[in-house]
Write a protein that binds this ligand. Structure first.
Ligand code: ATP
Ligand code: MG
Length: 581
């Protein structure tokens, strides 16, 4: 396996948050990081206090905390004071309805202000927040609410009728349903309750190890897991937001992820608020024109998005982008899937700066490996571990996990546990949780390499690794080579069982507008890949698709490509976005 040819991209902005990676890595301690967080007496804390109340107390109540753009384009601003008042009211509503410390409060909402208010208000009250993606059907909602013993849910009348009413009887722990927009049989209208509730609330001081959030994984590799995070996680959210996303007080910041996924909570609610930025929330779904318009008109300084969205922008061509200017944009980052080198280079051409890829998981709660403002970006690399994070490449065998220290060795990406936002459990799945740890390492399930400069390179999920004629082939390497071809918009690569080679490499390709599938193009793409990768690694077969199957959080589901290719059961597809074959 080889690393892609590298052209380093120079740092593009000043980086006062971390001028020197090596220096901070050398001096960093989590104890120091804790000192930046406001604790209550006795070492207690609450994420919502760190995110909202302390800014009001320190005189920043008038700063806009949340700038909400509705689907129709209307803008509503919430200052830190507004957010404090509303989250206080929500916490009082929960208290009045008997929701106790540690009980789980779910949300099933689009990106509306009530989602953000309920997230923080729930934590203020000492309860646990669990956001569900609003496009889930009744079955995935039911199973996730059952796993978390949901005591309450906040949703809309429409979603309640369509998705929650019918499953309610199966959820004995569920006592309260709140609706943001009216009444229904068996559900409470939130608005009058908020009106009646007091605007003051004493945020509940929590033990750092008390549960704050329950997040479900994306379900890319199988049945989603319920991941438990605690209040202490805010120390990592705050620090990583500052160091890896370069967030500074007063920044205009746009995280495009939905809070139904961990990115949309850790970096779409908590880190931007603890770092006192103004966060942009757009209720609408992806749209090329709207996104460029928002970046420009809102004067976004820091933008955090995902490879799928970047690929869709690339697919739309550079014309749209050229119609706008982004003088305020300072830092762009990406997460969730491997970011092809092509996309980093495109970012540079289009915005004058690279996308900074970073890697983490629902389990890690926060960014673990990143490209930083002050560091050279190697397109295609995930960057280096955060200060305070020890990452290694390990080989796992019956004897245990052994670190592979030599540069370019491929193995499982592993981390030494101990950072504050690490998961504390897979809820009700102790055995699955225990299996993640070996010889003092947390095993991520991803394969990676580390180069001689200490940069980490994603190879693929361990389940997706292809073994062909004695070669180990990571899908990302093949996908990135095909992405370089002008006709390719998106690509997913899998291994297919083969009698002679063990497995052969097959690619599924979606084309850019103006390109049509043909035998000629197929041969051209195979030829292009052979030239880049050599015949042993290049795909032997290519199938054209209009779209690739993806999770609702935008990850290509290679296991589904494979199941369909081989006629095998599709497994848990609760997070599948409707796809076109
Ligand atoms: P499940 O665990 O249910 O199969 P999932 O792993 O996709 O779903 P998440 O926790 O949302 O759920 O995603 C984390 C995974 O996403 C990582 O383990 C990795 O495979 C992938 N990922 C995240 N960021 C990157 C990145 N920068 N480069 C490559 N892969 C990434
Ligand atoms: Mg996972």
């Amino acid at each position: 396996m080889q690393m892609p040819p590298i052209e380093k991209t120079q740092p593009t902005c000043d980086s006062s948050n971390m001028p020197d990676y090596d220096a901070l890595r050398g001096s960093f301690s989590w104890e120091d990081a804790k000192a930046e967080i406001e604790y209550f007496d006795g070492g207690l804390l609450n994420i919502a206090h760190v995110a909202v109340d302390r800014h009001v107390q320190s005189g920043h109540g008038d700063q806009i905390a949340l700038r909400w753009i509705s689907k129709s384009g209307d803008v509503t601003n919430f200052t830190y004071s507004d957010l404090q008042e509303r989250t206080n009211r929500f916490a009082n509503v929960l208290k009045a309805r008997g929701i106790k410390k540690g009980e789980r409060v779910y949300s099933l909402l689009g990106r509306v202000p009530e989602l953000y208010i309920s997230a923080l208000g729930t934590m203020k009250a000492g309860a646990v927040f669990c956001p569900l993606f609003s496009a889930f059907g009744p079955e995935p909602i039911q199973s996730r609410m059952e796993i978390g013993d949901a005591a309450a849910i906040l949703t809309s009348s429409r979603l309640f009728k369509r998705k929650v009413k019918g499953i309610r009887e199966t959820l004995p722990a569920l006592r309260e349903v709140f609706l943001i927009d009216g009444n229904a049989d068996g559900a409470l209208n939130l608005a009058p309750l908020m009106e009646e509730a007091s605007p003051s609330f004493d945020t509940v001081p929590m033990d750092p190890e008390d549960m704050a959030l329950l997040h479900f994984t994306s379900g890319t590799t199988g049945k989603p897991k319920g991941v438990v995070h605690v209040h202490a996680a805010v120390v990592a959210h705050h620090m990583t937001g500052r160091i890896a996303l370069d967030l500074r007080p007063g920044d205009i910041y746009w995280c495009t992820a939905d809070p139904g996924w961990v990115t949309g909570t850790s970096y779409g609610i908590i880190a931007p608020l603890t770092n006192r930025t103004t966060m942009i929330v757009d209720e609408a779904e992806f749209d090329v024109k709207r996104w460029y318009g928002t970046l420009e008109s809102e004067g976004v300084n820091v933008w955090y998005t995902a490879p799928t969205a970047i690929r869709m922008l690339m697919k739309a061509g550079t014309e749209e982008a050229k119609a706008h200017t982004f003088p305020n944009l300072r830092f762009m980052a990406s997460v969730g899937e491997p970011l092809n080198p092509e996309a980093v280079v495109w970012g540079h051409e289009t915005f004058g700066m690279p996308f900074h890829d970073n890697w983490w998981q629902t389990e890690t709660g926060g960014i673990m490996i990143a490209n930083y403002a002050s560091m050279e970006v190697k397109p295609g690399s995930m960057g280096k571990p955060l200060p305070g994070i020890e990452a290694g490449i390990v080989e796992v065998s019956e004897d245990g996990a052994r670190e592979l220290a030599e540069p370019s060795a491929m193995g499982e990406l592993a981390l030494r546990p101990g950072w504050p936002s690490m998961m504390r459990a897979y809820l009700h799945e102790e055995e699955r949780y225990a299996k993640c740890f070996r010889d003092g390492w947390y095993l991520s399930g991803d394969l990676a390499m580390r180069d001689a400069d200490g940069y980490f390179w994603f190879v693929g999920r361990s389940n997706d690794l292809i073994k062909s004629a004695g070669h180990l082939i990571g899908p990302f390497e093949v996908e990135s080579a095909l992405m370089e071809h002008e006709a390719v918009a998106e690509v997913g690569v899998i291994g297919i069982p083969d009698e002679t080679s063990g497995e052969i490499v097959k690619a599924y390709v979606a084309l850019k507008p103006g390109h049509d599938a043909s035998e000629k193009l197929k041969l051209e793409l195979i030829g292009h890949a052979r030239k880049k990768l050599g015949p042993a690694v290049a795909p032997k077969d290519i199938a054209f698709r209009t779209n690739l199957p993806k999770t609702r959080s935008g990850k290509i589901m290679r296991r589904l490509l494979k199941a369909r290719e081989l006629g095998l059961p599709e497994g848990d597809i609760s997070t599948l976005e409707s796809d076109e074959q």
